[in-house]
Every structure is written in structure tokens, then in C-alpha cells.
Design a protein around this ligand. Structure first.
Ligand SMILES: Nc1ncnc2c1ncn2[C@@H]1O[C@H](COP(=O)(O)OP(=O)(O)O)[C@@H](O)[C@H]1O
Ligand SMILES: Cc1cn([C@H]2C[C@H](O)[C@@H](COP(=O)(O)OP(=O)(O)O)O2)c(=O)[nH]c1=O
Length: 194
């Protein structure tokens, strides 16, 4: 049975790296599609490019619209065709980033109410100082990356996890400190039934 797995965590925690290694590993068990939010579609690229101008509610709505299109046009068709789907970011990212952008959890959730819960949502945690050093090496940071901090994102991810857990989402936390991306992917794989 194909599975929809989401990788979450603060900027610089290792989402993109982990999602790539995990997808590579899952390919040994069946077809696997790797994807990301905001999407690499023209609409998703526009949202990313306009992130400075589309703040607060307009950004929350644009990101949610991109997410619903992602579900309709990419995630659900791939799952129906028998592929596993691994997404770098999904609803929890909105519960963190849109909150940093001034919205309440209730408003953010109202825009995401009709999304499909993943089979497994993985929250990566890493030492804030390690994350800060990784972000310092990046040449460009988005408006929200500059507004938030590793500590704030970790705290808001904690709230997001409690909120979604109360709504039946199946979730795990991986403490990535000292673990290679392969070791992180191993731990995630242990929670999947294949
Ligand atoms: N488990 C890990 N151990 C050591 N370095 C890592 C690990 N995961 C990611 N990295 C490194 O940390 C940096 C940020 O990783 P990235 O996957 O881009 O994070 P995110 O997608 O969460 O912003 C990259 O340079 C990446 O190589
Ligand atoms: C997925 C998502 C992205 N965004 C916005 C803020 C981010 O700075 C921007 C880009 O997402 P991000 O994945 O962090 O950047 P990139 O793909 O360029 O590495 O999109 C949200 O505000 N909420 C979300 O739920």
C-alpha cells in the first residue's frame, strides 16, 4: 500500500536532505515520488517569489491554494498510481510559518481543514546552534527565515504537533543531533510497514 510521508522541521534542520535520502531508500520498496512545498509549479514559484509582498493572510491563503493544487494534481494521483509520496513540508509548515507571520492557529487551520492527513508526519529536531550555523552559510534567506529563529520554530512545531495529534495525525519526532542523514532516514523507515 503506498504511503504519504511528510518531513517537517525548522529551516536548516535537514528536511530537504532527509527527504531525499528517505525517498531513495523507499525506492527499494516500490515506486516513490519526491516533492516539496511550496511546489515547483509556476504557481508555487510565484508564491515563493512574492513571499515579501504576500505577507500574513494573503500568503497563508496562497500557500494553502498551492497545497490543495499539490494534493489534487500531484500527491493524490501518485498515491492512486501506487507510488509512495515523500513531501518536504506540508500543513505543519503553515502552522509554524504563518503563525510567525502573525496569524492564529485557528485561522491557519481553517484554510487547511480540507487537506488529507499524511500516513506519517516526521518532525526533525536539531540543536539551535547547529541550525544557526547552517543558516549562516546560506547566501539568501527569505523574509520569514529572517523573521523566525530556530528556537521559535522548534517551539511552534511543538504546538503544531500537539494540535495535529489531537486531530488524529500519526506523527513522530526524530532528534537528529549526531545522526547522519542515512541514520535519520533509518529511524523514519522503522516507522513504516514495508
Ligand atoms: N543529519 C544531518 N547531519 C549533518 N548535516 C546535515 C544533516 N541533515 C542536513 N544536513 C546539512 O544541513 C544543511 C541544511 O539541510 P537542509 O536539508 O537544506 O535543511 P532544511 O531543508 O530543513 O532547510 C545542509 O548543508 C545539509 O547538508
Ligand atoms: C510550505 C510553506 C512555505 N511558506 C513560504 C515561506 C518560505 O520562506 C517560502 C519558501 O519555502 P521554503 O521551502 O522554506 O523555501 P525554499 O523552497 O526556497 O527553500 O514559502 C509558507 O509561508 N508557509 C508554508 O507552509
Amino acid at each position: 500500500m503506498p504511503r504519504f510521508v511528510v518531513v517537517e522541521g525548522p529551516n536548516g534542520a535537514g528536511k530537504t536532505t532527509t527527504a531525499r535520502v528517505l525517498a531513495e531508500r523507499l525506492r527499494a520498496t516500490g515506486r516513490t515520488h519526491e516533492t516539496t512545498e511550496t511546489t515547483r509549479t509556476p504557481f508555487g514559484n510565484m508564491v515563493r517569489a512574492q513571499e515579501k509582498w504576500l505577507a500574513g493572510r494573503p500568503l497563508a491563503l496562497a500557500v494553502a491554494a498551492d497545497r490543495y493544487a499539490h494534493l489534487d494534481n500531484e500527491i493524490q494521483p501518485r498515491l492512486r498510481a501506487g507510488s509512495h509520496v515523500v513531501s518536504d513540508r506540508y500543513v505543519p509548515s503553515s502552522l509554524v510559518l504563518q503563525r510567525i507571520d502573525g496569524l492564529t492557529v485557528e485561522e491557519i487551520w481553517s484554510y487547511n481543514l480540507h487537506t488529507t492527513p499524511p500516513d506519517l508526519t516526521v518532525y526533525l529536531e536539531e540543536d539551535p546552534e547547529t541550525i544557526r550555523q547552517r543558516l549562516a552559510a546560506r547566501t539568501t534567506l527569505s523574509r520569514l527565515e529572517k523573521t523566525g529563529s530556530p528556537e521559535l520554530e522548534l517551539e511552534l512545531y511543538h504546538d503544531a504537533r500537539a494540535f495535529l495529534g489531537a486531530r488524529g495525525w500519526r506523527q513522530i519526532v526524530i532528534d537528529c543531533r549526531g545522526l547522519s542523514p542515512e541514520a535519520v532516514a533509518d529511524r523514519i523507515h522503522q516507522h513504516l510497514p514495508f
